[in-house]
Ligand binder design. Sequence first.
Ligand SMILES: C[S@@+](CC[C@H](N)C(=O)[O-])C[C@H]1O[C@@H](n2cnc3c(N)ncnc32)[C@H](O)[C@@H]1O
Length: 226
Amino acid sequence: MESSGLNSKSKAYYEKQKVYEIFSRAEDYPKKVETFLKKNIKGEKILDAGCGSGKFLPLLEELSNTYIGIDLSEEQIKKAKTKTNKSNSILQVGDLEKLNFSDNSFDFIVSAWVLGTVILEEKREKVIQELKRVLKTDGTIYLIENDSTGEFEKLRGHIKRTKDYNNWLIKHGFQISQRLETDFWFSSLEEARTVFDEIYGEQISRQIRTEKVNHHILILEYKLTE
Ligand SMILES: C[S@@+](CC[C@H](N)C(=O)[O-])C[C@H]1O[C@@H](n2cnc3c(N)ncnc32)[C@H](O)[C@@H]1O
């Protein structure tokens, strides 16, 4: 465990930028998360909290007047900057535990596969507090997280951990908005195994049988009403 509160697997995400780009491209290949976001988001100001290399940046820019992406990693922000199409978008290195925005700033906050990588509960609590603080009244936070079912969590041996974590989010005021059944879809079995080997190790990668890895996703929401 690192002092940042990230586990070593999460650190790998930005130490192995190229691998993570392939992982990210393959993740939810049918774009079911994007379909959900298109249907549910139309906002003035959107915060992409833990935007990484900008997987959802082009879509969230389209769905908002002002897009702001924040991430701890300078490398990821650099990569995300290459995907922006709007001159008023802001991409900044920053810590979600201490956001540099006033209360009541955002119509929508999207945070995809971020909080689950923060292992220390007290750090997660701080991030949630900050996200709620900068959310406008009548605004919505969407968290995109792994569901505990599906092949992906089974392969990683994370079924219980993910179930506990998702219940923890529900205790912190989030509700399940949608369950999605989707897939990672790599260009070949070899690519799937190489990427999983780099991120999760050989033992896990050896269990992959095809270029598709079934993946169940939860979208959780928090609405701030007066
Ligand atoms: C698994 S990646 C997901 C990235 C992106 N949302 C996506 O869907 O591709 C998790 C990201 O969360 C970021 N992150 C974790 N804790 C953070 C914090 N306290 N403040 C800002 N970013 C954080 C990491 O740097 C990493 O880029």
